[in-house]
Design a protein around this ligand. Structure first.
Ligand code: FAD
Ligand code: AMP
Length: 475
């Protein structure tokens, strides 16, 4: 049967495309159904991450960081530039070009691995069948040995601030401004709001962030989130906590945003408003009623620890199953499921997933926060080291923040690592590896780290667990 495959994957984001490639590597005939149409009106692979998520946001963060450095850091080095011009259209064109290269790269990988890209919208039917409706409305049915659902997530919408694609936008709109908004309002001071707020602040916007919750970055270690809030406020991000948006209205070229906090009702006026209040799973109409796919109360596909749904031979991976909404978490689930389908062992360690926020300073962590260890009554020891005492950080103008490690008081196993500072996104990987290998803080402390490097701050934090840091006074 021409339309029959060992595996059919629905969705080609980092969870689905990685699953499809791994299936093909393992000798399974694989099709991947993807409905995405990009800005140029062309079908594209890569999902949220490559098209409107990780990659375009990091590209703009990099460009805007250059602008910030030119203005605020270069003079300190004795370097001045006259007549500095910022061309947002070129900045956006560069971003779009990078996105095009990477999404095109996935198409090339599919071809090289023999993954069949089926363009259209997939719907799970009963008996391991997938109905595909193409962009002309024509339908076809694929028969699968196993099915992997990887349809990802989309921005949560707020009734109080309906997006219009112009003045009120979601994160995708916020990646595509062609001019720097004079005043930018952002609803939600979570990861995405902070990253995109940083981009436009560095490029010259006045940024006001309204966050409903009183606590800043609640999932982050408290010591780190306090330092982060201090740094972001110093940069001029106007972050208002405990501020719940209740409504918006548009008049002329301005949006009025009404919000409530403990002092009462307030209003601000902005040129653009970005709604960044989280993401929800793409499960609307994903499965026909007779397929009987079980969702949880929030609409995520219900799965077990190996990403099996309630239906034999049907798996789900990535944002659509909830948990950390991170590209690498979805990709690892994709690999695990592909290996299980191929009859291999397939497993993943949910305790060592790194988290990163690509602001300046960057924030990254793995494992437990100090507040979680306290709540769970685990006896631990802490070691920390400030970047202010790290030579490389000073040379880089990045002597802000710290590395903090927590180790089990009895076994010395590393339980959590938290970094706020330069290149935290890269540094965290040493701790992820250490935890994956079951390292103790002493193992890290006895590992030779090159000098001068930022990694020395990780080394010193490990030494500090035993009160043995060399370049700080141990108390
Ligand atoms: P998605 O990437 O959402 O892909 C799902 C795919 O399925 C889409 O292509 C969609 O078109 C397709 N699809 C959906 N329904 C159907 C259907 N019925 N038929 C066919 N196709 C369908 N994560 C990080 O780890 N690091 C970051 O730096 C980071 N930055 C981010 C920045 C922004 C602005 C945003 C919005 C997200 C960011 N994320 C980041 C989160 C990351 O993008 C997601 O966790 C990741 O994309 C999830 O991968 P996924 O494959 O599960 O889903
Ligand atoms: P994240 O889940 O990291 O994307 O962050 C989304 C943030 O938006 C969370 O911190 C929420 O508390 C916040 N949020 C949700 N609804 C509102 C609202 N109506 N007004 C302000 N902030 C909100």
């Amino acid at each position: 049967m021409a339309n029959s495959y060992d595996v059919v994957v629905i969705g080609a984001g980092p969870a689905g495309y990685v699953a499809a490639i791994r299936c093909a590597q393992l000798g399974l005939s694989t099709a991947c159904v993807e409905e995405w149409i990009n800005q140029m009106g062309e079908p594209a692979l890569g999902g949220t991450c490559l098209n409107v998520g990780c990659i375009p946001s990091k590209t703009l963060l990099e460009s805007s960081e250059h602008v910030h450095r030119l203005h605020d850091v270069f003079p300190n080095h004795g370097i001045s530039v006259k007549g500095l011009k910022v061309d947002i259209k070129q900045m956006q064109a560069r971003k779009d070009d990078i996105v095009g290269q990477l999404t095109g790269g996935i198409a090339a990988l599919f071809k090289a691995n023999g993954v069949v890209w089926v363009k259209g919208r997939g719907r799970l039917l009963a008996n391991k069948q997938v109905e595909v409706t193409d962009h002309n409305g024509k339908t076809d049915t694929l028969q699968a040995g196993d099915i992997i659902l990887a349809t990802g997530s989309r921005p949560v919408e707020l009734d109080a601030a309906r997006t219009d694609g112009d003045m009120i936008v979601d994160s995708t709109g916020g990646l595509n401004f062609t001019e720097v908004p004079k005043r930018l309002g952002i609803i939600g001071a979570g990861v995405i709001g902070l990253e995109l707020g940083s981009v436009w602040k560095r490029l010259g916007s006045e940024v006001v962030m309204l966050e409903a919750v009183d606590q800043f970055l609640a999932p982050v270690d408290e010591q780190v989130s306090k330092e982060a809030l201090r740094q972001f406020k110093k940069q001029g991000l106007d972050i208002r906590l405990g501020a719940r948006v209740t409504g918006t209205s548009k008049g002329g070229k301005l949006v009025t945003v009404n919000y409530k906090d403990k002092d009462g009702d307030h209003a601000i006026r902005v040129d653009k408003l970005m709604v960044c209040v989280g993401r929800r799973p793409c499960t609307d109409n994903l499965a026909a009623l007779e397929a009987d796919l079980l969702l949880d109360e929030r609409g995520f596909v219900h799965v077990d620890h190996q990403c099996r749904t309630n239906l034999p031979g049907v798996y789900a991976v990535g944002d659509v199953v909830g948990g950390p909404m991170l590209a690498h978490k979805g990709s690892e689930e994709g690999i695990m499921v592909a290996e299980i389908i191929a009859g291999e062992h397939g497993a993943m360690n949910y305790d060592t997933i790194p988290w990163v926020i690509y602001t300046n300073p960057e924030i990254a962590w793995v494992g437990k926060t100090e507040q979680a260890l306290k709540t769970e009554g685990i006896d631990y020891r802490v070691g920390s080291f400030p970047f202010a005492a790290n030579g490389r950080a000073k040379a880089m103008d990045g002597a802000v923040g710290m590395v903090k490690l927590m180790a089990d008081a009895r076994t010395d196993a590393i339980l959590g690592a938290h970094i706020i500072g330069p290149m935290a996104s890269e540094l965290i990987q040493e701790l992820v590896l250490a935890m994956e290998f079951g390292a103790s803080s002493e193992d890290l402390a006895r590992t030779i780290h090159g000098h001068p490097t930022l990694y020395e701050a990780v080394h010193e934090a490990a030494l500090a667990v035993e009160g043995m840091a060399i370049h700080k006074i141990n108390k």
